[in-house]
Ligand binder design. Structure first.
Ligand code: SER
Length: 324
């Protein structure tokens, strides 16, 4: 892993993963690829960066050649809620973006590829509590269908062509730098902005909807750990179960109330409720723990405190009694 291309570098995960990768592997060894949102101007000047649509294989391949890339991290995807509004676009972006990644990795004989999967691979027929690594994958969203297909394709390219592909079934990712782009778990980010700004949140999921979640610091830690794992220890490749915590909107609201006592929440479920109801409540990530040593650092309490500190700083709205 000498030169890493991060596709989706300006998205929720990309915007925090790229600085972490630069710190670890050297500024000059990380190339930022983005399509939308654009790279902030001040960064576009300084950094190795390239703009292309992940579906455009010619530009994608040329970027890999120009920058002498040996590792691709492809984070570009249309998530669950947005994918239900534009299912064919979700298929096109997620699947053709992945196929292009795998084809280029095979043709240019790249060292390694990382493509995230998601808890969206699971569906109503999957056991919902402590969901096993190897289980029924019959999702009911287009996003989930693309992620199951992606895992199967990744495993196929590994078996048939020896492409070293790795992936994590990310749970809901909670972060303060960049907003998530159209997922069902987005409420767990929005709630912090609304709590700090307005002391009120109108939640689009029911109070007792339990979902697996992870704080960004753990997401970055897991991603780098799997990227660096010894391939000889990996029995799985494209879709590792990984989790850190599971909570409901009500439990998260109660945790926020410890710092903002007059915070109020209402529940008005919309179409995203059906998506959430088809996903696991908690995840068994013992394979990730055994095969590459996964262990999270953040639980609900620790994550909530850090998020409130970060969002209050970002919005410049102090919360009394809360400092870092
Ligand atoms: N956060 C994603 C979503 O809600 C799940 O991987 O779509």
């Amino acid at each position: 892993m000498k030169k890493i291309l991060v596709i989706g570098a300006t998205g929720q995960i990309g915007s925090e993963l790229t600085p972490a990768l630069k710190k670890r592997y050297g500024e000059e060894n990380i190339v930022l690829a983005y399509y939308y949102p654009p790279l902030p101007k001040e960064l576009a000047k300084k950094e190795f960066s390239v703009q292309f649509d992940v579906r455009d294989i010619d530009k994608f391949k040329q970027a890999c050649i120009d920058y002498n890339i040996d590792t691709i991290i492809n984070l570009a995807a249309i998530l669950s809620a947005k994918g239900e509004q534009e299912p064919l676009k979700a298929w096109d972006t997620n699947i053709n973006g992945l196929i292009n990644t795998l084809e280029i990795a095979n043709e240019l004989k790249l060292e390694r590829v990382f493509v995230p999967s998601s808890i969206a691979v699971f569906g109503p027929t999957t056991p919902r509590i402590n969901t096993p690594q190897d289980t029924i994958l019959q999702p009911t969203t287009m996003y989930g269908i693309t992620k199951v297909s992606g895992e199967l394709l990744g495993n196929y390219y590994f078996m048939k062509f020896g492409v070293d592909i790795r992936g994590i079934r990310y749970p809901g990712i909670i972060s303060s730098m960049t907003l998530p782009g159209g997922g069902t778990t987005d409420y767990a980010v929005e709630i912090f902005y609304e709590a700090v700004k307005n002391k009120y949140y109108n939640c689009f999921l029911k109070a007792d909807t339990r979902l697996p979640m992870m704080y960004m610091a753990d997401c970055i830690k897991a991603t780098i750990m799997l990227l660096e794992a010894d391939i000889n220890n990996l029995k799985h490749h494209s879709g590792f179960n990984v989790t850190a915590m599971s909570f409901t909107p009500e439990e998260l609201a109660n945790e926020i109330k410890k710092y903002i006592p007059d915070f109020k929440i209402d529940y008005n479920p919309d179409f995203r409720q059906a998506i959430a109801d088809s996903w696991p409540q908690s995840i068994d990530d013992s394979c990730a723990r055994e095969e590459w040593g996964w262990q999270p650092d953040y639980d609900l309490a620790k994550m909530t405190k850090e998020m409130l500190i970060a969002i209050s700083k970002k919005l410049q709205i102090p919360i009394s009694g809360l400092t870092d």
